[in-house]
Ligand binder design. Structure first.
Ligand code: AMP
Length: 544
């Protein structure tokens, strides 16, 4: 027996519709970009949509087909924002590349995605000149600048972005197609092995934006001025470039700048009400406020995620500046929203201390995301706030496979995605991350692969064993500590190992310290017990 079909209109969820909505109903709402010291570019959603349409036409004129990958190496700015819409809007795939990765990883990612065109900031021209010979799939290079600002470059046929879009009129009807079409992709290094591509769809992106904007999550509206300090190349700046047009919020983009004085100046002069970023960003802002005695009068809410938000940071935002911290947890694979620490009436009714103890947790599930925790045998654990186990998630904006690895099973039999995080869930529904099973380090919001650093350390002639662990750092949350055991009969100096690593790994992956010991603690299965090492050296960088 076939079910009775509903009689409602069937409109695919298209990313282009977000910007067109903003252009029509919030056309004068501003997008402000800090383009250099003391220089701001200002325009509005109507202007932005017109330029995104010109870009879409330019891409089609270049022969870009649906499904083609188009890479960006770009900061948070208005041109990058236009690419979010111009590329996805014609059915092509916006591939945001993290320019802070090591050269080898960027080469790997661009080759793996087989990007056809690359849009890059002038800063990255020298890097791309080096990589271009290894990227045969790339058919053209577009530098995100005006024609007179074009650097001298050996990149074949490189053109400025403004020249590219300048030749096209702003009238364009966005195509409508299957909402499950791929819209954008982002590689994550948050697992061991090669970076893996998460491939979002129009449907997942629009549903995720709708869910994130809700009051129970970010709570955004047309009255907000939003400054995303998470990078547009890392999980789409936590989807704010989609959410802001959807609600008509003003967007403030800080370019490549993330220092305390710049943040404070932008918040104050642009009357920012809502900002988002990893804890390191707010540590830098606080340092500036300590030095200047500045205030944050316009700011209502700050979204903190990527790493755990410290209690002192939450308290200071609330008590000194009257700002509500929304703690969030998510992953590139979850678009990224998983949980948010907004209160519920039950939690608000608790005595202050109990309420604070709940709201410092990563947060509660939002409609659309299911959570479960399991023990080592895969049995589901109770949501009692005590039982800690592997965290799994499921929902319409959670990845089911990685790009180019569609045949590798990623989910369990019931469709749950393993996060690599360890968590508790309390009876109020709030999830708290207690540990991580993936062997990686997160420093200032970006991943460092312990395995890569260990492999290079072990190529030192005097090193027998090496283990890299993440230890607490007051500014970067975590920094790598390298623990080595010398070969029998040899001695090894920390400096010689650091020298050996130079040029083999990117500068910000360099361990902050090297500890030499006679042996490493092992688990029952003979692996290095990182848990024991992390416990032992937890405060190593603070105590020194
Ligand atoms: P990424 O895919 O790079 O966005 O990283 C996602 C991972 O970052 C998660 O699986 C967690 O390990 C970590 N993470 C994200 N948000 C938080 C948070 N609020 N507290 C602790 N860890 C977090």
């Amino acid at each position: 027996m076939s079910a009775l079909q509903g009689l409602m209109q069937d409109h695919p969820l298209m990313i282009s519709s977000l910007l067109e909505y903003a252009a029509r109903y919030h056309g004068d709402r501003e997008i402000v970009t800090l383009t250099g010291p003391g220089r701001r570019h200002r325009y509005n959603y109507a202007d932005s949509a017109a330029r995104a349409r010109r870009l879409a036409k330019a891409l089609q004129a270049l022969g870009v087909e649906p499904g083609d990958r188009i890479a960006t190496l770009a900061w948070n700015n208005y041109r990058h924002f236009e690419l979010f819409y111009g590329v996805s809007g014609i059915g092509a795939v916006l591939h945001t590349v993290n320019p802070r990765l090591f050269e080898d990883q960027i080469r790997y990612i661009l080759r793996h995605a087989e990007d056809r065109f690359v849009f890059l900031e002038p800063d990255f021209v020298p890097l791309m000149e080096k990589l271009a010979p290894d990227l045969p799939a790339v058919k053209g290079w577009f530098v995100l600048c005006e024609e007179p600002e074009m650097p001298d470059t050996a990149l074949p046929g490189a053109q400025s972005y403004e020249t590219l879009i300048g030749g096209h009129a702003p009238e364009f009807d966005w195509p409508v197609f299957d909402e499950n079409t791929a819209s954008s992709m982002c590689y994550t290094s948050g697992t061991t092995g090669d970076p893996k591509g998460v491939l979002y769809s129009h449907r997942s992106t629009v549903l995720h934006a709708l869910a994130s904007a809700q009051n129970s999550a970010f709570g955004l509206s047309a009255e907000d001025a939003v400054m995303p300090m998470a990078n547009m190349y890392h999980a789409s700046a936590w989807a704010l470039p989609y959410i802001c047009p959807m609600v008509g919020a003003k967007l403030v983009l800080s370019g490549r700048h993330a220092d305390g004085p710049t943040l404070h100046d932008l918040i104050t002069t642009e009357q920012v009400t809502f900002a988002s970023g990893v804890p390191t960003v707010w540590t830098m802002l606080f340092q500036h406020l300590d030095a200047t005695g500045g205030t944050l009068d316009s700011l209502n809410k700050v979204l903190i995620g990527g790493s755990a938000a410290p209690q002192s940071m939450i308290d200071r935002f609330r008590d000194r500046y009257g700002v509500q911290v929304l703690h969030i947890w998510g992953m590139t694979e979850t678009s990224p929203l998983g949980v948010v620490s907004t209160p519920t009436p039950r939690v608000n009714a608790l005595p202050r201390q109990d309420r604070d103890a709940i709201l410092i947790k990563q947060g509660r599930a939002q409609y659309g995301i299911e959570l479960k925790i399991t023990d080592e045998a895969g049995n589901e654990l109770p949501h009692d706030g005590q039982s800690s186990g592997a965290l799994w998630v499921r929902g319409p904006w959670v990845a089911r496979a990685y790009y180019g690895r569609e045949d590798e099973p990623l989910l369990d039999a019931d469709g749950w995605f393993p996060t690599g995080d360890v968590a508790t869930i309390d009876p109020y529904g709030y999830m708290k991350i207690t540990d991580r099973t993936k062997d990686v380090i997160k420093s200032g919001g970006e991943w460092i692969s312990s395995v890569d650093v260990e492999n290079h350390a072990m190529s030192h002639p005097d090193v027998q064993m090496a283990a890299v662990i993440g230890v607490y750092h007051p500014k970067w949350e975590e920094r790598p500590l390298l623990v080595v055991v010398p070969r029998p009969g040899r001695t090894v100096e920390p400096e010689s190992i650091l020298k050996h690593l130079e040029g083999r790994i990117t500068r910000w992956w360099m361990p902050d310290a090297v500890v030499v010991r006679d042996s490493l603690p092992l688990t029952a299965t003979g692996k290095v017990s990182k848990l024991t090492l992390r416990d032992e050296y937890r405060d190593y960088l603070v105590d020194r």
